[in-house]
Design a protein. Structure first.
Length: 153
């Protein structure tokens, strides 16, 4: 896979965290477990970025992201919420799809390219519909990895 970011199957899951802070906690836990990262560093990075302004992308999607130490390339996680929550998105719609992205501290353009790729994916009508209608984590993983591979080509 020559994707812009790495996504492992274990980093795709569904849950019902209930609040924006709980979503960031859940992301930090998952990133730490799946990619062997320090949970507190991940949570601090996500919270610091979120304090600058909501990463609620719109259309029911949030893209929390941060740059942290301990990575050699960008990594992603996907959380499909069982119930939509307020994420202070620009369009004021509640969020039910959260795609987290972590990049190396010095990733610069690589981080921006990975964010842009995710943004393009969720702006695409067919992809957005497929992600929101997917009923299991295997389908979500396949959708994201296939789209990511195409975007990298």
């Amino acid at each position: 896979m020559n994707a812009i970011f790495k996504l492992l199957p274990e980093a795709v899951w569904t849950a019902a965290p209930g609040t924006k802070p709980a979503v960031l906690d859940a992301l930090a836990d998952r990133f730490a477990k799946v990619y062997a990262l320090d949970r507190d560093d991940v949570l601090d990075g996500l919270q610091e970025r979120e304090a600058l302004g909501s990463t609620g992308f719109g259309r029911g999607v949030a893209l929390p992201h941060a740059r942290i130490d301990g990575l050699s390339r960008p990594v992603a996680a996907l959380l499909k919420l069982e119930s939509p929550i307020d994420f202070a998105a620009a369009d004021r719609l509640p969020v039910d799809l959260v795609i987290g992205l972590l990049s190396p501290t010095n990733a610069g353009a690589t981080h921006l390219h990975a964010l842009a790729a995710l943004s393009r994916m969720v702006r695409d009508e067919d992809m957005h519909r497929a992600l929101t209608e997917a009923s299991d984590t295997e389908t979500l993983y396949a959708l994201l990895t296939n789209a990511s591979d195409r975007d990298a080509a």
